[in-house]
Design a binder for this molecule. Structure first.
Ligand SMILES: Cc1cc2nc3c(=O)[nH]c(=O)nc-3n(C[C@H](O)[C@H](O)[C@H](O)COP(=O)(O)OP(=O)(O)OC[C@H]3O[C@@H](n4cnc5c(N)ncnc54)[C@H](O)[C@@H]3O)c2cc1C
Length: 389
């Protein structure tokens, strides 16, 4: 078993690490200042400028297939890259990508949605969650009723990331109530100017998702993404696209936080000695170090399964659950090591504290990951000790 990185993996990782240090870290104070004034950390133009800067070095469309002008990187490389991006809280993503399910677009939709999204000219959002259906996504009630050649959509979606900024939504609606999720849910591409509206939801995080309201929104048949009735499978494909990438980013954040904790522990003195000399502090630092290492291997193992074409769902759930729980414990310890300063807004710890909390909720809560993991073990889908295949 060889745990070392290839030359290519090392080069990609080092380039992104330098990019984060040079381009993102210097923006952090300004981003904090703006966010605390209730504004976005980066404007759209600033984000685009950073993305184009990265593009000039070839970093564009990280997982986008090469025939679409992307890098088509492996899951392992993408995870390594997310770790590096996680070292800064500046809200940055490389440009040149589109939701995985948009690649199901037909030739006409490809021109109107897929290619402009990859080019950064259009923005999408993924809308399945509703006020009455989150973990239990099959309980959605938004309907699309056939009326002549069109479909008429009614319902409300909630907590939709990017829903305020998107100019089109991938909306999941019931087209056959008899069949429900099993062949009766369809995904529609719905432009904002077809008649839906969004309302900002204020959260404890820095970016607010949105509610999307559909009142008799009429869309032509050609707006169906994929096949009629096959929407639920598409939704699951979107959610399962890269669950390992969420905890990957958290690794970077946790490493940066642990670095801050170590520096503070070595310099802050109480009762005549640095707090680093106290076992209570040492144990917190040791636990953070161990858990970050464990998380790294869970994430890379899940990514390796993706690259190997194995069924990676179990490994991804394990990494997501462990990452959510441990990242929250780690940021809490780091805050504790900083004492009162950790609680202030002078340091970014409280920002990470709020941001990392989301990891335990979206794209499958901790409880839903445990449910999946338990089911796999209890039903024998996954053999105890069979993780390496
Ligand atoms: C900031 C943010 C961004 C989001 N972005 C999107 C997006 O872009 N698109 C989108 O469609 N959705 C999005 N979501 C929605 C997100 O996926 C849901 O919030 C999540 O799936 C949980 O659903 P819920 O909030 O309805 O909680 P519920 O499903 O009501 O769950 C409430 C609690 O009960 C627990 N629970 C539920 N069922 C069980 C069970 N069977 N056994 C044990 N415990 C259970 C849950 O774990 C949770 O603790 C986002 C949410 C947030 C907060």
């Amino acid at each position: 078993m060889d745990f070392s990185l290839s030359v290519e993996e090392r080069e990609v990782r080092d380039w992104v690490r330098t990019f984060v240090q040079r381009e993102l870290v210097p923006l952090e104070q300004e981003v904090l200042r703006r966010e605390r004034a209730g504004r976005p950390g980066l404007t759209r133009d600033e984000l685009t400028e950073l993305q184009l800067k990265a593009k000039r070095s070839g970093f564009w469309g990280v997982q986008t297939p090469e025939e679409y002008g992307g890098m088509g990187l492996s899951a392992v490389l993408t995870a390594l890259l997310e770790v590096e991006l996680g070292r800064s809280f500046v809200p940055f993503q490389f440009g040149g990508s589109a939701d995985n399910i948009l690649f199901h677009a037909n030739a006409e939709q490809r021109e109107r949605y897929l290619l402009p999204t990859i080019a950064g000219e259009r923005r999408s959002c993924f809308a399945i969650t509703e006020p009455g259906a989150g973990s239990d996504a099959k309980a959605i009630r938004t309907t699309a009723r056939k009326d002549g050649a069109d479909w008429v959509i009614n319902g409300e979606k909630t907590f939709i990331t990017g829903g305020n900024e998107a100019d089109f939504a991938m909306v999941f609606a019931i087209t056959d109530p008899e069949k429900g999720a099993d062949g009766g849910v369809t995904c529609f591409l719905v432009d904002r100017d077809m008649g839906w509206r969004s309302e900002y939801i204020d959260t404890m995080g820095e970016w607010g998702p949105a509610s999307l309201i559909f009142e008799d929104v009429r869309v032509p048949e050609r707006q169906i993404l994929g096949e009629l009735g096959q929407g639920f499978a598409l939704a699951m494909q979107w959610i399962g696209r890269g669950r390992y990438l969420l905890p990957a980013r958290a690794i970077g954040a946790c490493e940066r936080l642990l670095g801050m904790a170590i520096e503070h522990a070595n310099t802050r003195e109480t009762f005549g000695a640095p707090i680093a000399s106290r076992q209570a502090i040492q144990w917190m630092i040791a636990d953070c170090g161990v858990e970050i290492e464990a998380l790294r291997w869970l994430v890379l193992h899940a990514a390796w399964q993706v690259d190997s074409g194995m069924d990676s769902r179990h490994a991804q759930s394990v990494a997501k659950l462990y990452g959510g729980v441990k990242a929250n414990e780690i940021v809490d310890r780091v805050l504790q090591i900083h004492g009162g300063m950790g609680y202030t807004r002078e340091l970014p710890i409280e920002r990470w504290y709020r941001e990392l909390r989301l990891l335990r909720i979206y794209e499958g809560t901790d409880e839903i990951q445990r449910r999946t993991i338990a089911r796999n073990l209890l039903k024998g889908h996954v053999k105890v000790g069979g993780g390496l295949g």
